[in-house]
Design a protein around this ligand. Structure first.
Ligand code: AFP
Length: 365
C-alpha cells in the first residue's frame, strides 16, 4: 500500500505545507516528540534485559508507586522537549509542579502536558503501556510560561496523541485534521503511516471498565453496565468486556473496533482516577476527531476548564452512541430508566388501589 512508505516526518511536513503561515516550530515539536517516543520505545523493548524494571522506591504526586521506566520516560520527554526552544512550559503527570524549559533558551510558543508512561503497573508483565501528550498554545505573552498556560480546556489543544508500546509500537495523533496512526519500523528507526484517517464506529460491542468498583458506583453507572450485559439482539447487547488496565491500550482497541471505556467517579473518589490534562483531554480530542465522543457524564470533556494541575475527572470515552447512552443513564434520562420508572409507578399504583377496585379490574368478564 503506498501510504506505508510515508514516514511521520514526511507526513507532518506535508501537513505544514497546507499552512503557509506556519513557522515550522510546531512541526519541529512533533518531530521532537517522535524522537522521545523512539528513545522510550528502545528502553521499553529492552526492559527485561537491562536494569530498568521495578520500582524506584518512591511515590508520585498521586500516591502511586513510581516505576523506574516512569522516571526514565518522564526524563526523556522533559529533556528532549525542554531543550529545543519550541516550548514555554511543560507539565507531567509524574511531577507535582510545572516544568520550566531550558534556562539558556528563550521560551517558545507552545505548551506540552504529558503522561510519560501510562499503565505502568503493567510494565513488569510486558503488557501494553503508553505515552499520552497534549499540545497547547501558550497564553502568557512573555517570560517563562506559567500555570495559566498549562490550565487550558481541551478545546484549545492544537494537537494530541499517544504512543502505544507493545507487540508493535504505534504513534497515533491528531492536529484537528483527522486521526492518523503510524507504526514503528525498527529496522528503519521510523514511524510509518499505517492507519491514515482512523474513524471509530458510531456504536461498538465492547465495554471497558474496572468492574471491581461496581458497589462504589452511582446508581446510573450501575444500571448502565447492567444494561450492557442484558441480552437484546436488536441493540447488539450483551457487549463484550475487555479491560487491560492501561488506558492507552483500552482506548486504542476501542478506537479501532468501536466500544466504550469508563472510569466513573465513585463513593471514594468522586472524580474517579484519571487526570484531565494528561489523559482525558488528549484522548477526548482524538476520540472526537475520529467521530467518537468523551464526557464526564454531564458535559463534554473538551469543555472542562481545569482548575488544578492534577485534576481528575470521571471519563466516558469512545463510540458516539455508546457515550450518549451512558450519559443518559448517568443523568437518569435513558429510555430504559424512564420505562423502568413508569413500570414501577404503575406497579405502585396497582398495589395502592383499594381492594374493591382491584377485584373489579382483575375479573375477566
Ligand atoms: P497505572 O499507571 O498506575 O498502571 O494506572 C493506569 C491508569 O491510570 C490507566 O492507564 C488505567 O486505565 C487505569 O489507571 C486503571 O486503573 P484501575 O487499576 O483502578 O482499573
Amino acid at each position: 500500500m503506498p501510504h506505508r512508505s510515508v514516514t511521520l516526518s514526511q507526513f507532518i511536513l506535508q501537513e505544514e505545507v497546507t499552512h503557509p503561515e506556519s513557522s515550522g516550530e510546531f512541526t519541529r515539536l512533533l518531530i521532537d516528540l517522535a524522537l522521545a517516543a523512539k528513545m522510550i520505545n528502545r528502553e521499553v523493548t529492552r526492559a527485561g534485559l537491562v536494569d530498568i524494571l521495578g520500582y524506584t522506591g518512591s511515590e508520585n504526586v498521586h500516591g502511586e508507586k513510581v516505576q523506574k521506566l516512569d522516571v526514565f520516560a518522564h526524563d526523556v520527554i522533559a529533556r528532549v522537549l525542554g531543550s529545543t526552544g519550541q516550548l514555554a512550559v511543560l507539565a507531567s503527570e509524574e511531577d507535582e509542579d510545572i516544568l520550566s524549559v531550558h534556562e539558556n533558551r528563550a521560551p517558545g510558543r507552545y505548551v506540552v502536558n504529558f503522561d510519560p508512561l501510562d499503565g505502568s503497573s503493567n510494565i513488569n508483565a510486558n503488557v501494553n503501556i503508553g505515552t499520552i501528550f497534549s499540545i497547547l498554545p501558550r497564553v502568557s505573552r512573555s517570560g517563562p510560561g506559567g500555570i495559566a498556560d498549562v490550565l487550558q480546556p481541551g478545546v484549545r489543544q492544537l494537537a494530541a496523541g499517544y504512543v502505544m508500546y507493545g507487540s508493535s509500537t504505534m504513534l497515533v495523533f491528531t492536529t484537528g485534521n483527522g486521526v492518523h496512526g503510524f507504526t514503528f519500523e525498527p529496522s528503519l528507526g521510523e514511524f510509518l503511516l499505517s492507519h491514515p484517517d482512523i474513524r471509530t464506529p458510531p456504536r461498538g460491542r465492547i465495554y471497558s471498565v474496572n468492574e471491581s468498583n461496581y458497589f462504589q458506583w452511582s446508581e446510573g453507572v450501575k444500571r448502565y453496565v447492567d444494561w450492557l450485559k442484558q441480552p437484546d439482539g436488536e441493540s447488539g447487547r450483551p457487549y463484550s468486556a475487555r479491560y487491560v488496565g492501561s488506558l492507552v491500550a483500552d482506548f486504542h482497541r476501542n478506537l479501532l473496533y468501536g466500544g466504550i471505556f469508563l472510569y466513573p467517579g465513585d463513593q471514594k473518589n468522586r472524580a474517579g482516577k484519571l487526570r484531565l490534562l494528561y489523559e482525558a483531554a488528549p484522548l477526548a480530542f482524538i476520540a472526537e476527531q475520529a467521530g467518537g465522543a468523551a464526557s464526564d457524564g454531564q458535559q463534554r470533556i473538551m469543555d472542562i476548564v481545569p482548575r488544578e494541575l492534577h485534576q481528575k475527572t470521571p471519563l466516558i470515552l469512545g463510540s458516539r452512541d455508546d457515550v450518549r447512552d451512558c450519559e443518559l443513564f448517568v443523568q437518569e434520562k435513558h429510555e430504559a430508566v424512564t420505562a423502568e420508572r413508569r413500570g414501577n409507578h404503575a406497579a405502585t399504583a396497582r398495589a395502592l388501589e383499594p381492594p374493591a377496585r382491584k377485584t373489579s379490574t382483575s375479573s375477566p368478564s
